[in-house]
Design a protein around this ligand. Structure first.
Ligand code: NCD
Length: 315
């Protein structure tokens, strides 16, 4: 195998990359969702789609669901995976992101799935490397595979996204999951409400996409909603803020009584990790209309679709 050449055209990410939802069109998103449905039905005995392909899982931040589901997805397609975490690699020795990328390319990687604390790190890497780069979360920017699996999960329970009322509650400001979901849902005509205190949901969040509104009252945010999406709340985010952690819980924690403000058939979602007793109580986490574990389950099929498409094996 000849050693890979350095990329010469730095303007575009490599074909097959998935860097974010913001710049995808409806057709591309539908393509991922349809392929995920095929992947879910794929018998285990079907001919392998990615035999011997090498997929690197490059995780500069901790992860459970996202990492394991990308790994299981790759293995379900017969690809080989290698996990690199920042604590146990040359990253710790000070190697730059791009040099790590060149190294992985020279070793024969076919694609890189990366989680990185800096927003935009994937753009930087994908402009430097002739390899498909898949964003598994970049800083406070995007988490496209989560938004795709959330849409996939919603569509198993609701007919279409158009006109659907979706309320996202919690720390929208720091959430890449919220941003990717807002971009995706708004593209399909869902009515998105962002709900929380100003420190976690600034007014300006309403300009993320058309049809997005910001509300402060949980009752107003939940009224008539079809889908409730909760976000993880971190205690550290309240240091030096006007609102205390305890007051957040008092005003915004979802419980069964408050859930009655939503439509009776409303579904409950959360990207995980959930913190019982903070953004939700156990009654909600384990309620029949909670899809939290189904989301995790669907993540494997959706990530199989992302990897198959990244490596041109979707046909
Ligand atoms: C999220 C993340 O890391 O962005 N988790 C996930 O990937 N399912 C959300 C979070 O950490 O709160």
């Amino acid at each position: 195998m000849p050693s890979p050449k350095l990329k010469t055209d730095h303007r575009q990410p490599t074909t097959g990359s998935l860097l974010g939802i913001e710049h995808l069109d409806q057709q591309t998103i539908c393509g991922y969702l349809q392929l995920a449905a095929e992947m879910e039905k794929r018998p285990r005995t079907a001919p392998p789609l990615l035999p011997g392909r090498r997929i690197v899982l490059l995780f500069y931040e901790s992860s459970t669901r996202t990492r394991v589901s990308f790994e299981f997805a790759a293995k379900a397609l017969s690809a080989t995976t290698t996990l690199i975490t920042s604590g146990a690699s040359s990253i710790e020795k000070g190697e730059s992101l791009i040099d790590t990328g060149y190294t992985l390319h020279a070793l024969g990687a076919d694609a890189i799935v990366m989680r990185h604390p800096s927003s935009g790190a994937h753009w930087t890497l994908s402009r430097a490397l002739d390899l498909p780069i898949i964003n598994a979360g970049d800083g406070m920017h995007e988490h496209p595979s989560q938004a795709l699996l959330d849409a996939y999960t919603i569509l198993k329970h609701k007919r279409e996204l158009k006109g659907l009322k979706i309320t996202i509650i919690g720390d929208v400001y720091h959430s890449r999951v919220a941003r990717s979901n807002v971009f995706l849902l708004a593209k399909f005509g869902a009515e998105v409400t962002l709900c929380g205190p100003p420190d976690l949901v600034p007014d300006v969040a309403a300009v993320l996409a058309p049809g997005v509104r910001v509300v402060r009252s949980l009752q107003e945010g939940l009224r008539d909603t079809d889908v409730v999406m909760l976000l993880r709340i971190q205690k550290e985010r309240f240091i030096g803020r006007r609102l205390s952690f305890e007051n957040y819980i008092a005003a915004y924690q979802l419980n069964a009584e408050r859930m009655r403000w939503a439509k009776p058939e409303a579904i409950i979602m959360h990207p995980g990790p959930i913190i019982r007793g903070v953004e939700l109580n156990s009654e909600i986490a384990d309620a029949p209309q909670s899809l939290i574990r189904e989301q995790v389950h669907n993540g494997v099929a959706v990530r199989m679709a992302i990897l198959a498409k990244a490596l041109g094996a979707e046909k």
